[in-house]
Design a protein around this ligand. Structure first.
Ligand SMILES: Cc1cc2nc3c(=O)[nH]c(=O)nc-3n(C[C@H](O)[C@H](O)[C@H](O)COP(=O)(O)OP(=O)(O)OC[C@H]3O[C@@H](n4cnc5c(N)ncnc54)[C@H](O)[C@@H]3O)c2cc1C
Length: 456
């Protein structure tokens, strides 16, 4: 297995495929591309170089909660996630994947949306159960947790597949697979710019802090740093979007940063076992019932709120989060992404999150009452860089640059690299088609749901 900072190699002057970012997308693409090159008799992983300014899993993939679910209101997202879950299931051991399932527990205002998700999951053969009605939902939840007490719930979508994976371990698992195919991973090397062709728009080389690397194809999987690469390619920071009525909106900012709030309650991970002594599914609860403080009973909110949580031995406690919030100006100008995640002094969790999230846990299960003081203080959470509609862009720019901009949906999307590898080799993917950049101008937008989260 790779150890952080253990990769040493000289800078090659030329590679065929340069992949920027050693996170879930860069490494999944590298692994699949190498295997496909070999299968087609076109070479192997030695044609591929993954470059990271820091280390493997240094970005969002290394701090993600790790939740893997299908629950999306958008048909294109659901189909893509079903394919991604298959990749997780293909090697649960090396991906450190826990197939505990996932529950979306919702209030009346979301019931129709979730019913539609369930109907479409049936159509694509994705195993799930849907419970409707206040009493029925409560009975269903009490079968798993006799201390269940959440209010305002009228439906439960229980996905039998999905669950979560351990963030850094799974990314190292991917790195092992890529390296086994002959891929080289160059860490501690920052991409500073692109060299462009004199007779074309294409990128002919990447300028790093250690020298120029000529290349034929570039794949960018830079997570929250995507705006920097967008700017390197001179792409527009304001775009036009056609809405569902056919009206054009001009000058819409391209990027928006959000801060993802997550934390850990310091109890034994087994504290959230089900009544029959099993590890529970990942739980996501949204409700419009008033949320009161578990510390002093004051009202925290009487608007729609949501949390997700799971027991996690990796984080050693109950780990989860609540709705993110926007940071910086629309357009993302001036937001300091570095130092990233827990190392950031600017973007950190405040006491409000701990108070809200632990009170919400107590709202859902009696066992969490009086446990707020066990919230683990320390840096968690991190930035995500979102697209104008908060859905991914998978597309080619400047003739030979494949951009994977997942709009912060992406830890679960381990299969995207497989499809990107096909596209880089000239085979268009039907599953990626709904995520082209041209959808904004053409008004081919994804439907939006009533969830309080920007990613559902
Ligand atoms: C707190 C948090 C929780 C999350 N939880 C979940 C979850 O439960 N489930 C889920 O599906 N998604 C989750 N996400 C979203 C998910 O983590 C990201 O969408 C996904 O990891 C992005 O993967 P990536 O490979 O594109 O980028 P990253 O993992 O961020 O990797 C990008 C890499 O690019 C490198 N890089 C950047 N700039 C340069 C440069 N100039 N030169 C060289 N290298 C560079 C970085 O060092 C980094 O290693 C979460 C995100 C956050 C922040």
């Amino acid at each position: 297995m790779f150890k952080k900072g253990s990769i040493r190699m000289s800078i090659p002057s030329k590679v065929e495929y340069a992949i920027i970012g050693a996170g879930i997308h860069g490494l999944s693409t590298a692994w699949h591309l190498a295997a496909k090159l070999k299968a087609k008799g076109k070479g192997d992983g030695s044609k591929i170089l993954v470059i990271d300014k820091d280390s493997i899993a240094a970005g969002a993939s290394g701090i993600a909660c790790g939740v893997i679910r299908n629950n999306y209101y958008q048909p294109a997202m659901r189909e893509l996630m079903a394919m991604c879950v298959e990749v997780w299931e293909s090697d649960a051991k090396n991906f450190h994947y826990h197939d505990v399932g996932y529950m979306q527990i919702s209030p009346e205002c979301m019931e129709n949306d979730v019913a539609e998700i369930y109907a479409q999951q049936k159509n694509i053969g994705y195993d799930s159960v849907f419970i409707q009605g206040k009493k029925e939902s409560e009975q269903y939840m009490k079968k798993y947790f006799s201390d269940w007490q959440a209010q305002g719930i009228t439906s439960v979508l229980h996905e039998k597949r999905g669950g979560y994976a351990n963030n850094t371990s799974s990314i190292y698992g991917l790195a092992d697979k890529a390296e086994a195919e002959g891929v080289r991973i160059l860490t501690g090397t920052e991409v500073k710019g692109f060299e462009f062709g004199s007779n074309s728009n294409a990128v002919t080389g990447i300028e790093t802090d250690k020298g120029l690397i000529k290349c034929d194809h570039v794949i960018v999987g830079a997570g929250p740093w995507v705006k920097r690469f967008w700017d390197m390619m001179d792409l527009p920071n304001q775009i036009s979007i056609k809405n569902s009525k056919g009206e054009m909106h001009n000058n819409v900012p391209m990027w928006q940063y959000w801060f993802l709030t997550e934390g850990v309650l310091g109890v034994e991970p087994g504290f959230l076992k089900t009544d029959d002594d099993n590890m529970p599914p990942v739980l996501h609860v949204d409700t419009d019932a008033p949320l009161y403080s578990d510390v002093d009973k004051s009202l925290i909110t009487d608007e729609l709120w949501g949390i997700y949580y799971k027991p996690d031995f990796h984080f050693n406690g109950i780990q989860g989060g609540s709705s993110p919030y926007k940071v910086g100006k629309a357009g993302g100008e001036g937001v300091l992404v570095d130092p990233y995640g827990p190392k950031s002094s600017e973007f950190t969790l405040d006491d409000h999150f701990a108070h809200m999230w632990t009170s919400a846990l107590a709202h859902c299960h009696k066992r969490f009452e009086g446990k707020s003081h066990l919230f683990k203080k320390g840096a968690t959470g991190g930035l995500g860089c979102f697209t104008p509609d908060s859905f991914p862009i998978f597309d080619t720019f400047r003739e030979n640059v494949y951009l994977i901009a997942d709009s912060n949906h992406g830890y679960k999307m381990i299969g995207v690299g497989k499809l990107v590898a096909d596209e880089v080799l000239g085979e268009k993917s039907k599953l990626l088609e709904p995520f082209r950049f041209s959808r904004y101008e053409q008004g081919k937008l994804h439907p939006t749901s009533n969830s309080p989260f920007p990613w559902s």
